[in-house]
Design a protein around this ligand. Structure first.
Ligand code: ATP
Ligand code: BTN
Length: 252
């Protein structure tokens, strides 16, 4: 049993020049039963992925592509809100380097100065009823080449613009120092312990936004998240809760 607040040691750290996707590597590790605590980093991903089949641009040296495999005892319902807690852990790590203007966009982005700095992709493995395993994938821009940036269909930013000179190794260490204790404690504490910090960083608190699903669109005023991490939207005076798997948030 580790002392409260102690950072668990990594089990296995692999660093590649090039992989298809660090998430795919860790997912394969989890499926063969060896992935708990496995950390994979890559200089370049040839098939970096975001949610719902979207692409994450991660050419050579552009930033940090990091995935962590983690097994939880307990069903997948425990993990509601986990991608938001990951966002808070990343914001804490960036604060150690005095990165200014960091905010979170529900459910899985880190923004800076109104643009996307990092994304989080959680992928699940296992039977998900009384045991589940998760890949926590994080892509963060350090110095994105313009050629890669041209194919990104939304405003983006990199640390070279806001806080140049941060060591990637130091930032990775700070990220792991925040993420590993969060993951170790998550089944006990759930999202509730992270909610206030998330709300304090909410990019769109009180703003007019729209939520888009495959079939429908709701617009209203963003009212933060509930204790499970569901987004609260005030639609014509009625508060509705939305879960991250279902919808994408956009400024109205
Ligand atoms: P959602 O709100 O549903 O998460 P999203 O547009 O942020 O929507 P994601 O799947 O989370 O979509 O992220 C992938 C998207 O991120 C891509 O479609 C692209 O617009 C953007 N993107 C890709 N690479 C980068 C990058 N290196 N930096 C910033 N943004 C990127
Ligand atoms: C998003 O904003 O949708 C999430 C992007 C997540 C990108 C990271 S980079 C490391 C890991 N490997 C992947 O293929 N995707 C995640």
């Amino acid at each position: 049993q580790l002392a409260s607040g102690a950072v668990p040691l990594l089990r296995e750290l692999q660093i590649f020049d090039q992989v298809d996707s660090t998430n795919a590597r860790v997912l394969a590790g989890l499926e063969s039963g060896i992935g708990h605590g496995q950390v994979v980093l890559a200089e370049q991903q040839t098939a970096g992925r975001g949610r719902r089949g979207r692409t994450w641009e991660s050419p050579f040296g552009a930033g940090i592509s990091l995935s962590i495999g983690w097994q939880f005892s307990g069903g997948v319902q425990l993990l509601e809100g986990l991608s938001l807690a990951v966002g808070v852990a990343l914001a804490r790590a960036l604060a150690k380097f005095d990165v200014p203007d960091v905010r979170l966009k529900w459910p899985n982005d880190v923004w800076c100065r109104g643009r996307k700095l990092a994304g989080v992709l959680l992928e699940l493995s296992g039977d998900l009823t009384d045991r589940c395993a998760v890949v926590v994938g994080i892509g963060l821009n350090m110095r994105l080449p313009r050629a890669a940036a041209e194919s990104i269909g939304q405003p983006w930013i990199d640390l070279a613009e806001v806080r140049p000179g941060i060591s990637r190794n130091s930032l990775v260490a700070a990220m792991l120092d925040e993420l590993l204790p969060m993951l170790a404690g998550y089944p006990d504490d759930g999202f509730g312990r992270w909610r206030d910090e998330w709300l304090a960083l909410d990019q769109f608190a009180g703003a007019q936004v729209c939520l888009q699903s495959a079939q429908q669109r709701w617009c209203g005023i963003e009212r933060g998240v509930d204790g499970s991490g569901a987004l609260l939207l005030d639609v014509d005076g009625t508060l509705k809760a939305f879960h991250g798997g279902e919808v994408s948030l956009r400024p109205a």
